[in-house]
Design a protein around this ligand. Sequence first.
Ligand code: PLP
Length: 448
Amino acid sequence: EYQQNGTSDSSQTWPNMAHFWMPFTANKQFKANPRLLVSAQGMYYTDIEGNKILDATAGLWCCNAGHGRQEISEAVSKQISQLDFAPSFQMGHPLAFELADKLCQLSPDGLEKVFFTNSGSESVDTALKMALCYHRANGQATRTRFIGRELGYHGVGFGGISVGGIGNNRKTFSQQLLQGVDHLPHTLDIANNAFSHGLPPHGLDKAEVLEQLITLHGAENIAAVIVEPMSGSAGVILPADGYLKRLREITHKHGILLIFDEVITGFGRLGAAFASERWQVTPDMITTAKAINNGAIPMGAVFVSNTIHDTCMHGPDELIEFFHGYTYSGHPVAAASALATLSIYENEQLFDRAKGLELYFEQAVHSLKGLPNVIDIRNTGLVAGIQLAPSDKGVGKRGYAIFDHCFRQGALVRATADIIALSPPLIVEKSQIDDMVNHISDAINAVG
Ligand code: PLP
């Protein structure tokens, strides 16, 4: 049913792979030649055959504090024996409140309310619903349209794929997407910006399309604009310098909410708590997940402006203000893991550490310029994208071959079509950055 490679670690039993329908995976290809991880510590995974794999992706943009953190596993184990679960509707437990309090010490001033979810997709759908809830409570119920951006990724809920702009995630479902959604143009411009270091110089004008969409529909019909400050999933696509600030000016002017989807950029990835802090633009909501608790337990959070929150809190005391929530919102074990994670970030100053490593990382990844088929390299914070020309076998074939080659040689990178993305844990050492770059260079040369 599947093929086993190399020398098998006899202590590991290979599972029957027939029944798990894997997400965002070419199931047949994977099961014919699996990549199975069985443990992780620090910067390394170990696969089922006992090979050490350098983690150049923090799992899936999640494990910013590195793997196997004792503080997190102890907090989880203590919490699960003390209070495994508490109902989340009309009931509470102290840790969720404590966590919200701590999170708001990191969030921008004025965004000091938190709604808990279990994933990035749920955070996005929550934020979109909150935008509608707010405008209605504010007496502007006609504001219902959303504006996303081409190549944006906002998870896989119907809300998220509607505002998202990745064709493959939408096509099969296109007849059932949300009504009333437009998309800004994406900000990838290789012709003008190839091999920029940090934010690219060209493309500020793409923010002006927002004014055109507002003219087309009327500001009074538009609820919110949602963008990733940096598009991660589509392959590390950066906005031009000043672009986010311009979106903020336009949305402010027209009473439209601005949502930053920081599921990837939150919690230190860019050398600051949030992209919002790094680039000094404060939206009305920030959606998060992933590194909020180092990926230990499913959890997400939406940071909401005090204004949105307070406006929604109208009506009699016994009224439920927002008919929305999840069984596991603020789950005690997830909350415990998040509190432990935030302590690690603080004690080890990991966001500053990421900032301190940024230049080294930038120079290391840009050293790949000149290798065969490398057409662009983009970076910010501890994120980089290395874009290759598609091979004549088809789009994505070269990217996948590089990803698979790196894995078989001992490094986990991420491939989106023909873009290789790097986002190492923030504990990464310079020598490990060198290792990652060497792995990619070897793979690019080997794959051709
Ligand atoms: N939003 C962004 C910006 C993301 O990068 C992701 C996941 O990568 C999501 C939302 C969806 O998160 P999840 O997979 O936890 O639902």
